[in-house]
Design a protein around this ligand. Structure first.
Ligand code: AVJ
Length: 337
């Protein structure tokens, strides 16, 4: 059994913070202006869901997690409460002591805060595209765990997992909760999981993954179109973030929030629909939208436990197990390389 975390002795003052957003990394892909322009000018217009998460978007998402209709966050938390000890034992069985816990899409770090006392990481690495929001959250974690070595990473990890040297190479355990993997198309999800397992990239020993499971259409659509309209605000705020990033002139009052479940594709789709014919302009571009025309803003794929187990094995994880809630609405996976 690990000695208790010495929270007083070596108390690093504050988290180290590395902002990778500014670094033009090889193979990182086009910058936001080019990426957004290409998506908006496409026949079927689309914007990546990563553009939800400016400071306001991160707060709106936090509000979504408290809604009665949005069950994933609380259901996952309930599963962790029952499986924390099993998870710690599973890591010990693989000889992983005091891991380097790499938290993808950490947001407010609340989920990791619940996990840290059980896994007792030597190093905690919260990663998020919403840099300022992450800085505040990482400082919060530091105040709760003064002796914990924390390296915050501001980066878009969907484009690759090249981690800086400050991140410990041994005993890396990736933490990807909340069903954020669901934003990837299944083929991209497989590739991303392969990156995590790949010794030359993520160099993971294991992965703790939260996945939302397939269920009835009514429950799913309500979770993405709540009565209060918080998800609608979260979706429309993306247009304000786009205005900020590319100097476009979207008027959010001219757009309607749409959320629908496509059972054949096993995914929730979110769109913004033009309520009238309109034009949007930004430097070098004008895009006309007909009334009823949509911009796709997010897919959220839903899996079965068997389907995700197969995907993890295909990605290179040798051992996979999971825990679900009594209603089989959500599952937490432990996958080790
Ligand atoms: C953060 C991607 C897991 O898809 O459920 C919440 C984002 N979108 N409500 C999800 C989201 C609409 C959420 N993820």
């Amino acid at each position: 059994m690990n000695p208790p975390l010495n929270t007083s002795a070596l108390s690093p003052a504050s988290p180290q913070f590395i902002n990778r957003d500014t670094d033009a990394l090889p193979g990182q892909g086009p910058g936001p202006v080019q990426e957004l322009s290409e998506g908006l000018m496409a026949v079927d217009a689309s914007v990546s869901p990563k553009y939800f998460y400016n400071a306001l978007g991160s707060r709106l998402f936090e509000a979504i997690t408290g809604l009665s209709e949005y069950y994933p966050t609380r259901t996952e938390a309930g599963i962790f409460e029952t499986c924390h000890a099993h998870l710690a034992r599973a890591l010990a069985e693989r000889g992983i002591q005091r891991p380097c816990l790499i938290d993808l899409g950490a947001g407010n770090c609340a989920k990791a805060m619940a996990l840290i006392p059980h896994l007792q990481p030597r190093q905690y690495v919260p990663v998020d595209i919403s840099v300022d929001f992450l800085k505040d959250a990482a400082a919060q974690v530091q105040s709760c765990f003064p002796a914990l070595d924390i390296v915050g990473l501001g980066m878009d990890f969907s484009a690759g997992l090249a981690l800086p040297a400050a991140v410990q190479a041994e005993d890396r355990v990736f933490f990807y909760p909340g069903s954020s993997l669901g934003n990837f198309q299944p083929a991209q999800a497989l590739q991303f999981l392969q990156h995590i397992a790949d010794p030359a990239q993520g160099h993971a020993r294991g992965l703790v993954l939260g996945i939302d499971l397939v269920k009835d259409k009514a429950t799913l659509e309500a979770a993405y179109d709540d009565a209060l309209g918080v998800t609608a605000a979260f979706n429309k705020n993306l247009l304000l973030n786009v205005n900020q990033l590319i100097q476009s002139d979207f008027d959010v009052r001219q757009w309607r929030h749409v959320a629908l479940f496509d059972a054949a594709q096993s995914r929730i789709e979110m769109h913004l629909e033009a309520t009238q014919a309109l034009s949007v302009q930004w430097p070098g571009h004008t895009r006309r939208f007909e009334a009823g025309e949509r911009i796709h803003t997010e897919s959220s794929y839903k899996y079965t436990p068997d389907g995700m187990t197969a995907l993890l094995k295909q990605a290179g994880f040798s051992q996979v197990r999971h825990w679900s809630d009594p209603k089989n609405w959500f599952a937490v996976f432990w996958a080790s390389v």
